[in-house]
Design a protein. Structure first.
Length: 335
C-alpha cells in the first residue's frame, strides 16, 4: 500500500554498499539529470576496500533507500594541515525532502566523523546550486577561505612572466616558484627535462621533496595518494621530472567523473612539488606542459585544483600557468 503522504516517514541510516548503487544512481540522476553509475560503482567499491578511509551512508525509510552520503578521509588534502573529510556526493530523494531527511543524514555523517577524530568536513559546490548551498548553510557549513581554480587543457599556454617574484623561489610550498625561461610556454624544456609517469618506486623521492618544502614527514598521505593515482584512477596522469637521473619534481593528478557533482570528465591536480635544489630550471613548467598535453589527448574538460585564498605566491604561479577562478565555492563544516 502506498505510504500516506501526510505522514512523515521514519528514517534510519546504515552503511551503504554495492547493492545500493542502482538506487543511489537513480536519486542522483533525478537531481543532476545524468546517470553516474560508473562513478558510484567506483566510490562504493572503494568504500569496501578502504573502510578506515571512507564513510558511505544510506538513508532509508523502511527498505527503500531515500538518500546517501559519500565521504572520504584525507589527511593533507590539497596541502591542508590535519585530518579532514571530503564530502564527495550527497543526495536525498525529492519525496523525502521536507521531512528532515537531509538533516538526519548529515547528523549521522558528522557523528561518524567525530568518532574518527576528524577536524573538519569540506566540500565544493557550484555557485549556481542555490538549494544545495542553502541546505549546507543550514547544517553549519561556511566559506572555507580557499579558492578553486581551473583551466581548460585546450587553452593556449601563456608565456611566463619574465620577472617573477624571486622570494617565491624558496617559499616552503608544494610548487616550483623558480624563474621561468623566456621561451614560449609550450616549448618549455621538455627536451631538457625528461618527464615520465609516476611509479610506486617514486614514493621515497616524493616524500623527500615534500619534506624539504613542508618540514613534515607525510609518507602515509603520499603512499595512499600514489596508490590511488596508479592503481585506482583508471588513467595514469601523475608525472615525475628527472634531471641527470635524479628526481627533480612531481605532479599528482587524477581524472575523475562525478566528484562534487561534476557531470563531465575533469582532472584534479592534488600536489605539485619541485626539489629546491633544482629551482630556477623550469621543472614545474615542464611538468605542467606535459600534463596539459596528456589531458588534451584524453579530451578532459578541465584541470582543477584548490589553494588558500591568501597564498599569493601559489596563486601567482597558477595564474602564470593559465588557471583562473572556477565557478565553484569551497565550504567547510568544523567538527
Amino acid at each position: 500500500m502506498p505510504e500516506d503522504e501526510t505522514t512523515a516517514p521514519t528514517f534510519s541510516v546504515r552503511p551503504a554498499g554495492a547493492a545500493d548503487v542502482a538506487r543511489i544512481t537513480a536519486i542522483d540522476k533525478s537531481h543532476m539529470g545524468i546517470a553516474r553509475r560508473g562513478y558510484f560503482d567506483k566510490r562504493l567499491a572503494g568504500a569496501q576496500r578502504f573502510e578506515d578511509e571512507t564513510v558511505a551512508l544510506a538513508l532509508t525509510a523502511g527498505e527503500r533507500v531515500e538518500g546517501f552520503a559519500l565521504i572520504r578521509l584525507e589527511a593533507g588534502e590539497f596541502g591542508r594541515p590535519g585530518s579532514v573529510a571530503v564530502l564527495d556526493a550527497f543526495g536525498v530523494d525529492s519525496r523525502a525532502q521536507g521531512h528532515g531527511a537531509g538533516h538526519r543524514l548529515m547528523e549521522e555523517a558528522i557523528a561518524a566523523l567525530n568518532a574518527r577524530g576528524v577536524s573538519a568536513l569540506v566540500t565544493q559546490v557550484d555557485w549556481a546550486q542555490r538549494g544545495l548551498l542553502a541546505f549546507l548553510g543550514s547544517v553549519g557549513f561556511a566559506l572555507d577561505g580557499r579558492v578553486v581554480l581551473s583551466r581548460h587543457p585546450g587553452d593556449r599556454m601563456p608565456e611566463p612572466d619574465p620577472e617573477p617574484d624571486t622570494d617565491a623561489a624558496t617559499a616552503p610550498r608544494e610548487s616550483d616558484y623558480s624563474a621561468p625561461t623566456s621561451d614560449d610556454f609550450t616549448a618549455l624544456s621538455r627536451d631538457r627535462i625528461p618527464v615520465r609517469s609516476l611509479t610506486e618506486a617514486d614514493l621515497a623521492a616524493i616524500v623527500a621533496i615534500d619534506r624539504r618544502h613542508s618540514g613534515q614527514e607525510r609518507r602515509a598521505y603520499y603512499a595512499r595518494k600514489l596508490d590511488q593515482v596508479i592503481n585506482h584512477s583508471g588513467v595514469r596522469l601523475s608525472l615525475m621530472a628527472e634531471i641527470d637521473g635524479i628526481a627533480a619534481g612531481f605532479v599528482m593528478a587524477r581524472l575523475d567523473y562525478g566528484e562534487f557533482g561534476q557531470t563531465a570528465d575533469e582532472a584534479v591536480m592534488e600536489a605539485i612539488g619541485v626539489d629546491p635544489g633544482f629551482g630556477g630550471q623550469g621543472v614545474a613548467q615542464a611538468l605542467m606542459s606535459q600534463l596539459m598535453i596528456n589531458l588534451r589527448v584524453l579530451r578532459a574538460g578541465a584541470l582543477r585544483t584548490e589553494t588558500d585564498w591568501n597564498d599569493t605566491a601559489l596563486i601567482g604561479f597558477l595564474d602564470a600557468m593559465g588557471f583562473a577562478p572556477a565557478q565553484r565555492i569551497s565550504l567547510c563544516r568544523r567538527l
